[in-house]
Design a protein around this ligand. Structure first.
Ligand SMILES: [Zn+2]
Length: 300
């Protein structure tokens, strides 16, 4: 039903659903009026609440741009793997017409809907089933240990990076969002994947070297993000220091990605010393304010 709703926007049934369920406050890409009960509400609740591989089911309904009349610019999934309202919440907050379509914001064939996990975009109930069952095997190999003294945003970034779910050039090219050269903007010597940026890249290697010296620990030399995240447990140190190193490793990745974005989007050259100072400053700030070991001195 959800598929028919998206793909048959001129049908009488679609119009009835919109008339019954549209409200001024729902921004989910599917209208739902919580005060009503019934089959449609149950369907939308599943679409909104159930995730596969960390992605909400509703985000697999991906709009393919034609004339831009049928796809909501902010609420529907079309250019990335989630709606733009989630990617750019600050911009969405100041958007006056939250339900505007693509043609309202950008500017000729007709829009259509594809089911993004299927190569040809066709929608089959069987495809949803296989997607759900494939997810059951996903989490079995790596489980991120949440680091308590750093903000959730850093934990989430590294968690997504480990699954190659951050928008690197290689990831964007695989999703047909980016054409052209996928090479790493930092070193230009390999394709830009999350694994490359945080482990094998010459820029990250220089940063890890600086971190090893700063923390007085063995040189961090790994090729997989999950090995990076297990590194602290191999260091001969107290549990307290291991926990600190673990957080610092995640902060380094956070800072590397920020430096990469400043280069790509604002043309700010990447400087190893600047990344290192940022890591040292925010690690100290967060560790002394957020950890259970409040009030540590810089020397510690
Ligand atoms: Zn590189």
């Amino acid at each position: 039903m959800a598929w028919h709703f998206k793909s048959e926007s001129n049908s009488l049934w679609h119009k009835v659903i919109v008339a019954l369920h549209s409200s001024r406050v729902g921004w989910e890409g599917f209208p739902i009026k919580k005060s009503l009960s019934g089959a449609w509400n149950n369907i939308v609740k599943v679409l909104i609440n159930v995730k596969v591989g960390g992605i909400h089911i509703k985000n697999f309904f991906k709009g393919v741009i034609g004339n831009g009349n049928n796809i909501s610019f902010w609420l529907d999934t079309w250019i990335t793997d989630e709606p733009l309202k989630n990617k750019f919440p600050e911009l969405f907050r100041i958007e006056a017409v939250k339900k505007c379509t693509i043609v309202n914001r950008l500017t000729d064939s007709n829009d259509k809907w594809i089911w993004s996990p299927q190569k040809d975009g066709s929608f089959l109930v069987k495809a949803v089933e296989s997607l759900l069952s494939s997810d059951r095997n996903l989490g079995s190999n790596f489980v991120l240990e949440w680091c308590g003294w750093i903000p959730d945003k850093c934990n989430i970034r590294i968690w997504r990076a480990e699954m190659e779910k951050i928008p690197t050039k290689l990831a964007l090219r695989k999703r047909n969002v980016l054409s052209g050269d996928p090479s790493c903007p930092l070193c230009c010597s390999a394709d830009e994947s999350a694994e490359h940026i945080f482990t094998a890249c010459s820029v990250s290697a220089a940063v890890w070297n600086g971190i090893s010296i700063w923390c007085k620990i063995p040189f961090i030399y790994v090729f997989l993000i999950k090995d990076l995240l297990g590194f602290h447990s191999s260091v001969p140190a107290s549990a307290k220091k291991k926990e600190a190193i673990y957080g610092i490793v995640i902060i380094v990745c956070w800072s590397l990605w920020r430096a990469r974005n400043r280069l790509v989007f604002s043309n700010v050259p990447v400087r190893i010393d600047r990344i290192l100072s940022e890591v040292k400053a925010i690690s100290f700030l967060w560790y002394s304010n957020r950890s259970t070991y409040k009030g540590v001195s810089w020397e510690e």
